[in-house]
Write a protein that binds this ligand. Structure first.
Ligand code: PLP
Length: 389
């Protein structure tokens, strides 16, 4: 590499005029101004060309992967917004997203409140009393020791599973568990100690539990914990977990209490249990599971936008909010270690107002009526599908 000796007038007679790259003092700037000449340009082109080559190499690899997905007919695309197809797969079950009552109430509450936009930063930095209040309300509503809000169900699962299991612990999960649990497990301290059992299969779960007890001394002595991750209702097949059986089996295998059942109620929230409290509540298992996840973007119409129906049906128009119901120590631990909670901006005040309006409706007479009608609606759909209509 060559540099031209070009020295400012100020230093023309100084030693600096002798500066070469080899003698360049990297601890500080040289007295002389050393500027590159045209000799540097070939180097620039080499770097530029290499960069172009690398980019091209990357893009061709990405394209090959996408092409392979397309060949297997699993290529994902964003919806164009112009489709005229009938939607059978969004969360807008009852197409009631245009609930006038809720909309009016929400706008009324927003106009009464000074702070509606933003939240000021991470939950750990901004003092947001509305968030605390909503958490207390949700803990009471769901009959749990305490609650912690997350910006989404994905964040909640990823946050929980990445930090709560401790070194030496083991995670057993239903093979159909949501991707967010997988992401959490991958980032956890026990990525090699995670095992899938067959979907909704108590025998498969029992085999795994027995093998653990036989082979893992720490687990059998109660020195390490076993987490069992399930969903109460699986969306792809629409089937329920045998929750009662799972709880009884796990308690029987671990009488020392070193087992923890974590139930994702994303698809049962708002639909099952009294006023939509979920299946754990319906079965009275609140005190026998370690944590529950309720997301407000499914039946309560958050993710998928504000057009989700049952959410609207219930007057629930959440953006994307989720809550973990658990013990005070686990909540405190999550506040300290769950990265998706710590390193993100907290939910805006309008999200919290929205959630409160929706829960007002959920707990109102109207909400109760919906819960009386909803099972009839499901029966009707089942009846139609059995008849092939
Ligand atoms: C079972 C389950 N858990 C968690 C999530 C994530 O919830 P959210 O949409 O609030 O991020 C989903 C969403 O698809 C889900 O189906």
């Amino acid at each position: 590499m060559k540099f031209q000796k070009r020295v400012s007038a100020r230093n023309q007679n100084s030693q600096a005029s002798e500066i070469r790259p080899e003698s360049f003092d990297r601890s500080g700037l040289p007295d002389a101004v050393v500027e590159p000449t045209f000799h540097v340009f070939p180097l620039f082109f080499i770097v530029f060309w290499s960069f172009q080559y690398l980019m091209h190499g990357l893009e061709s690899k990405l394209k090959a992967t996408l092409d392979s997905r397309a060949k297997r007919q699993i290529l994902r695309r964003l919806p164009s917004g112009t489709t005229s197809l009938v939607d059978f797969c969004s969360n807008d079950y009852l197409s009631l997203s245009s609930n006038e009552g809720l909309r009016k109430k929400f706008i009324e509450e927003l106009s009464k409140t000074k702070f509606i936009l933003g939240s000021g930063g991470s939950r750990l930095l901004s003092d947001v009393p509305g968030h605390d209040k909503l958490e207390r309300r949700l803990a009471t509503f769901f009959n749990a020791p305490c609650a912690l809000l997350f910006n989404s169900g994905f964040d909640a699962n990823a946050g929980f599973f990445s930090c709560v299991p401790q070194p030496g612990d083991v995670i057993l999960y239903d093979e159909y568990i949501h991707a967010s649990v997988h992401d959490g497990m991958r980032a956890s301290r026990v990525p090699q100690s995670t095992f899938a059992f067959k979907h909704n299969d108590l025998n498969s779960l029992e085999d795994h539990l027995n093998r653990l007890i036989e082979e893992n001394m720490d687990v059998s002595k109660g020195l390490a914990n076993v987490f069992v991750a399930v969903e109460s209702l699986y969306s792809m097949d629409g089937d329920f977990a045998p929750l009662q059986g799972i709880v009884e089996l796990v308690e029987k295998c671990f009488p020392m209490g070193n087992s923890h059942i974590i139930v994702d109620e994303a698809h049962s929230t708002g639909l099952y249990g009294e006023n939509g409290r979920g299946i754990v509540s319906l079965l009275g298992l609140e005190n026998r599971v370690t944590a529950r996840l309720h997301t407000f973007g499914k039946a309560l119409a958050g993710s998928g936008g504000m057009r989700n129906s049952l959410k609207s049906l219930l007057g629930l128009t959440f953006a994307i909010i989720a809550v973990i119901l658990t013990t005070p120590i686990i909540r405190h631990y999550l506040i300290n270690y769950a990265r998706p909670l710590i390193y993100t901006t907290a939910l805006s005040h309008s999200n919290i107002i929205n959630a409160n309006c929706s829960f007002d409706m959920l707990e109102s007479e109207k909400g109760v009526k919906v819960f009386l009608l909803y099972p009839l609606f499901i029966l009707y759909l089942n009846h139609r599908s059995y008849q092939g209509t």
